[in-house]
Design a binder for this molecule. Structure first.
Ligand code: GDP
Ligand code: MG
Length: 440
């Protein structure tokens, strides 16, 4: 019997190892999600190939479908590629911390300068902003206006001064006046050009910043990859700010920026206002990037299922006869997630009696009924189903509360008790149960 059960069970839940064939659809879904999220094509190819390699041959956790487990692996890998946790802004041992902003024109450098200044002040860090964009008309005025708005001082030398000199004197001023942090806003070009890079390099060499933050417009999409490569090769960045995440982009640029620079994204910009800046959280971003089509739902489902500790606890309970209605609900949901409930129930001798043939096909509906009845039980009754077999009045209350017939409640309870004693027999035979974390 154990052998037969094992084989049938494997058919229902798929194979026991992650293989190319049993994750093919999941793989396609993930690739599509990443591309639709605007991650760079090459970055996506490399990333998916690496993760696939890692995942192939991984043991499938008992009771979890291989494709769902695979998506969970992808999700975790995406989180880890993006840095696991938020990396805060550098804080130099001796003030001032020097932050240099870099990026193309229109990406949101000037706005991000003010946002960051405001963010730091909330952490009790005093900030001086420095305006070095002497090329774009009114760029200096823009920063001064933002400074007024948040009440944070701006250093500038007018639009005829040399940007390198402005940056140097700005840092001097910050040091002399005891500012905690100085942020240097710089000019950008619509395209990367040599004179812009040259100037940025000279500024960097002169002020020796603790942070060089690449400001990337999340809407840039595919281009974010090239852009990051060029800036990182020529200037060397220590982190990034991803702006305009309030748009409808999925943020695939985050994956590109991180993979290509190897540096953490530290903040995201989520609007035009000065307080629209948030720390970057890799797990949230991973969900957002994968959050297309059905992928995220699959991840969530897998999450629910991959709770091994829980499954082990469950098995212990079964063996010690403590399995109750609360566990029943949990366990049934688990089974349901893994395929057709009817198909699963049929595999277990005696359990099929819980529901008739026709109902087996409508497993979900049946489960809903049971759930409704169990929902009308008190916590004590769920823990101790014997309370119910001895009390018609309790059963009647549950029937009324859940909108079912007395008979249905009686049936549920007697079937449950049969099932429980059957499980105990199976358990004591060391046979284990599908989805209960036990080996076959
Ligand atoms: P810079 O040329 O890199 O200095 O870019 P600016 O700071 O001048 O910003 C360019 C435009 O983008 C402005 O209209 C900003 O209001 C807008 N902007 C900047 N950051 C964000 C953001 O996170 N979300 C949105 N929606 N707009 C932003
Ligand atoms: Mg600007």
């Amino acid at each position: 019997l154990a052998d037969r059960l094992e084989n049938a069970w494997k058919k229902v839940r798929g194979q026991d190892k992650i293989s190319e064939s049993n994750v093919k659809d999941a793989l396609r879904e993930v690739r599509r999600a990443l591309l639709e999220a605007d991650a760079n094509l090459q970055v996506v190819k490399d990333f998916v190939a690496e993760v696939e390699q890692k995942a192939l041959g991984a043991e499938v956790i008992s009771g979890v479908r291989p494709d769902q487990q695979f998506i969970e692996i992808i999700h975790n890998e995406l989180v880890s590629v993006m840095g696991d946790a938020n990396v805060p802004l550098a804080h130099a041992e001796s003030a001032p911390t020097i932050v240099l902003m870099a990026g193309l024109q229109g990406t949101g450098k000037t706005t991000a300068t003010a946002k960051l200044a405001l963010h730091l002040r909330k952490e009790e860090r005093s900030v001086l902003m420095v305006a070095t964009d002497v090329y774009r008309p009114a760029a200096i005025d823009q920063l001064i206006a933002l400074g007024k708005q948040v009440d944070i001082p701006v250093f500038d030398l007018g639009k005829d001064a040399d940007p390198v000199e402005i940056a140097r004197q700005g840092v001097e001023r910050a040091r002399a006046e005891g500012f905690d942090t100085v942020i240097i806003d710089t000019a950008g070009r619509l395209q990367i050009d040599e004179s812009m890079m040259g100037e940025l390099k000279r500024i960097k060499d002169t002020i020796q910043p603790h942070e060089v933050l690449l400001v990337v417009d999340a809407m840039t999409g595919q281009e974010a990859a090239n852009l990051t490569r060029t800036f990182h090769e020529q200037i060397g960045v220590t982190g990034a700010i991803l702006t305009k995440m309030d748009g409808d982009t999925r943020g695939g640029a985050a994956l590109s920026v991180r993979r290509i620079s190897g540096q953490p994204i530290k903040f995201i910009g989520v609007g035009e206002k000065v307080d629209a800046l948030q720390p970057f959280y890799p797990d949230r971003m991973a969900s957002r990037i994968l959050g297309m089509g059905d992928v995220l739902t699959l991840v969530e489902k897998a999450r629910e299922e991959i709770d091994l500790a829980d499954a082990e606890k469950m098995q212990e309970k079964i063996l010690s006869a403590k399995f109750d209605f609360t566990d029943f609900i949990k366990q049934t949901r688990l089974l349901k997630n893994m395929g057709s409930l009817g198909g699963v129930l049929k595999l277990i001798p005696g359990m099929g009696k819980m529901v008739n043939e026709e109902q087996l096909q409508k497993g979900e509906e049946q489960l809903k009924k049971a759930e409704a009845m169990i929902g009308s039980m008190t916590a004590d009754e769920r823990r101790d189903p014997d309370l119910l077999s001895n009390s018609p009045s309790r059963r009647r209350r549950i029937a009324r509360g859940s909108g079912h017939a007395d008979k249905e409640v009686t049936e549920l309870i007697s079937n449950f008790q049969k099932m429980r004693s059957m499980m105990q027999q199976m358990g004591s035979g060391q046979m284990g149960l599908p989805g209960m974390g036990g080996g076959f």
